[in-house]
Every structure is written in structure tokens, then in C-alpha cells.
Ligand binder design. Structure first.
Ligand SMILES: NC(=O)c1ccc[n+]([C@@H]2O[C@H](COP(=O)([O-])OP(=O)(O)OC[C@H]3O[C@@H](n4cnc5c(N)ncnc54)[C@H](OP(=O)(O)O)[C@@H]3O)[C@@H](O)[C@H]2O)c1
Ligand SMILES: *[C@@H]1O[C@H](CO)[C@@H](O)[C@H](O)[C@H]1NC(C)=O
Length: 311
């Protein structure tokens, strides 16, 4: 199938056979959702709270997160916990992981959901990486790496012997590749910002697949997914006219966007999906085949390790 045909197929999925009500009881489970102050992450958190999990909202904006926590308490009766996390700052990521580990000894599921899309190309992270690659890929890599020892321990005592890392990619990955010379700021990076978004989402799949290869035998279940084309604030950098058109005709309501990752993170059957890529709604599919190249996975992983070794 051509890349375009696959994109169209992912954009127009059949009715979901998985529903929020199918989520099992999550009492006793500790879960982090990055970027859960808004959008798909907020909807994901709502469903997790409603099924009894203890959920950390890992996000930058404290006042917005507190408002989200208040709203979700009203609808679910349960209170999420705020964890300050700025994925565009490596030292802040370390501080966030330390803060979490000072409070909890277990982590059952990590949703790497936060993301930034098509910001002005000038923008870079605190450490000088391309904002989209730095936030979406490097930031989540480092956060995951710091939490992984705890997740491996958690897997040993959890009911299914697993702990899950669910990484939110996009059908945009179908149009991406990895150009290592654009990860840090420099002349090569000044490309259309859209291609840098697709690169970061391609990188999400390469990362999730390599994580699966490296840690699958230690009880880690790593998946990546396209949540669907969903109404949210993700398009804040898209021009207003295009945005209103897209919102009216192309996008599904926000709660639908949580379904596929909720399936990957909670469904008993999804404990067997290590290394898989999912599409709307809650279906296993195939990502671009280039993302599955073990050499590329190794190269990206080694590059990421090198960047965080002195933080
Ligand atoms: N909506 C779609 O159609 C669609 C399609 C495909 C894939 N996705 C993916 O789905 C995920 C969620 O997107 P969404 O649609 O829910 O977008 P959204 O409403 O914009 O939510 C993104 C979240 O990420 C957070 N975030 C951004 N930069 C961050 C940083 N440096 N540190 C910590 N948090 C940060 C944002 O919080 P603050 O900015 O307040 O910090 C926000 O809570 C993203 O990974 C996106 O790429 C979405
Ligand atoms: C944080 O969220 C609040 C409430 O949504 C908003 O008014 C404020 O501008 C946000 N702050 C930043 C730094 O984005």
C-alpha cells in the first residue's frame, strides 16, 4: 500500500470495537500521562481515573493542570496528581523523574503523550535541540530512561508480569525520516516545520520499537500509535483559517483520540503487543517499514544515550 493510501485508511477508521467501559479495574496501578493538562492526554487521564488508577499529570503549566485536575475530580470523583515536567529541558526532566521517584516505588504505565506540532522553525529547546525533535523524541527518551529501572521492578510484581510504555506517534510519521543533522540547531535544521513534525513522529516509532527490542524480555511492553486526527489545541501554530476548516471537516472529537492509547496501556490483550504500532481505533497495524530497521533503531538509541549522558 502506498504511504498516502495508508494515511487515508488511518484517517477513516471503522467503528471502534474497544470502548472506555472495557478498561479493566486499575486500582493499585500507578500511571503517568505526559501532556495530560489538555487534549488527548486529559481524556486519557479521565478514563484512567474513572477506572481507579492513581494518575500523574506530567505537564509544564501548573495552573492549567490544576484546573484540569479540578474538572476531572468533578467528573470522576478521583484526584490526579500534578508532576511538573518540561520535556524541552533535560535538567527539568531529570528533576521531574526524581520528584516522581521520591513519591512512588512503582510505575505500571507510562503514556508518552505530550507533543508539539509545527511551531515556528526558529524555536529550539533549552538545550538547543529542534523543538519538535527535542520535546517529542529526546525528552520522552530521557524521561523513559530515568523511569525504566522502576518499571522493570514493577513488572516483576504486577499481575501480568508487565509494565507498559505507550508512545503517541501520528500518521504523520508516514511522511517522516530521520535526518540526524537536524536534531540540533544549525543550518540543516531550517526545513519546513511540518517535515520536522513528521520526523519527530517517525522518531517516536523508531524509539518505541527499539525500546521493545531492548527491554521486552524484562517485562516492558512498548507500543506506539496514531491516536487519529483529533480536535485539540495541537494545531495552535496552524493559521486560523486552515484550523477552522480542519476542525470542522477532518477531525474527530477529543475523547476518541484517547481510545487507541487506552487500549495499548490497559487492555489485557495488549500486554502481548510489545513492539507493535496501533491505529484508530485500538487496532494493530504496520508503521512505515523504515521505522522497523534494527540498525536505525540502534543508531538513534546510541545518539540519544550520548546526548543525556552528562545531564
Ligand atoms: N490531535 C491530533 O490530531 C493528533 C494526531 C496525531 C498525533 N497526535 C499526537 O497526540 C499527542 C497529544 O496531542 P493533542 O492533540 O492532545 O495536543 P494538545 O492538546 O496540544 O496537547 C499536547 C500536550 O503536550 C504538552 N506539551 C507540549 N510541550 C511540552 C513540554 N515541553 N513539556 C511538557 N508537556 C508539553 C502540552 O502542554 P503545554 O503546552 O501546556 O505544556 C499539552 O498538554 C501529541 O503527541 C500529538 O503529536 C495528535
Ligand atoms: C497556563 O495555562 C493558563 C490557563 O489555561 C493560561 O492562561 C496561561 O497562559 C498558561 N501559561 C503558559 C506559560 O502557557
Amino acid at each position: 500500500m502506498s504511504v498516502l493510501a495508508q494515511w487515508i485508511r488511518e484517517a477513516a477508521p471503522p467503528k471502534s470495537s474497544f470502548k472506555v467501559d472495557d478498561i479493566p479495574d486499575l486500582s493499585g496501578k500507578v500511571i503517568i500521562v505526559t501532556g495530560a493538562s489538555a487534549g488527548i492526554g486529559k481524556e486519557t487521564t479521565k478514563a484512567l481515573l474513572a477506572h481507579g488508577a492513581k494518575v500523574y499529570i506530567a505537564a509544564r503549566n501548573q495552573s492549567q493542570s490544576e484546573e484540569t485536575i479540578r474538572q476531572l475530580k468533578e467528573t470522576t470523583g478521583s484526584e490526579a496528581v500534578f508532576l511538573k515536567l518540561d520535556l524541552a529541558n533535560l535538567k527539568a526532566i531529570k528533576a521531574a523523574a526524581e520528584e516522581f521517584l521520591s513519591k512512588e516505588t512503582q510505575l505500571h504505565v507510562l503514556f508518552n503523550n505530550a507533543g508539539v506540532m509545527v511551531p515556528p522553525v526558529e524555536l529550539v529547546t533549552t538545550d538547543g535541540y529542534d523543538l519538535q525533535f527535542g520535546t517529542n523524541v529526546l525528552g520522552h527518551f530521557y524521561f523513559t530512561k530515568l523511569l525504566l529501572p522502576t518499571m522493570i521492578e514493577t513488572a516483576k510484581t504486577s499481575s501480568d508480569g508487565k509494565a507498559r510504555v505507550v508512545t503517541t506517534s501520528s500518521s504523520g510519521h508516514l511522511f517522516g525520516n530521520l535526518d540526524f543533522e537536524t536534531f540540533k540547531d544549525g543550518p540543516k535544521r531550517r526545513k519546513p516545520t511540518n517535515s520536522l513534525y513528521c520526523q519527530s513522529k517517525f522518531g517516536n516509532v523508531v524509539f518505541a520499537t527499539e525500546l521493545a527490542r531492548r527491554y521486552g524480555d524484562q517485562g516492558i511492553v512498548s507500543t506506539s500509535l496514531n491516536p487519529g486526527n483529533i480536535k485539540s489545541d495541537l494545531q495552535r501554530h496552524v493559521p486560523a483559517i486552515a484550523r477552522s476548516f480542519i476542525n470542522t471537516f477532518v477531525l474527530w472529537d477529543t475523547p476518541k483520540g484517547a481510545l487507541t492509547q487506552l487500549y495499548a496501556g490497559t487492555a489485557p490483550a495488549a500486554a502481548e503487543l510489545n513492539g507493535k504500532y496501533l491505529v484508530p481505533w485500538a487496532r494493530v497495524s504496520s508503521p512505515r517499514k523504515e521505522t522497523q530497521d534494527p540498525e536505525l533503531g540502534k543508531k538513534l538509541w546510541n545518539w540519544l544515550e550520548e546526548e543525556v549522558k552528562d545531564i
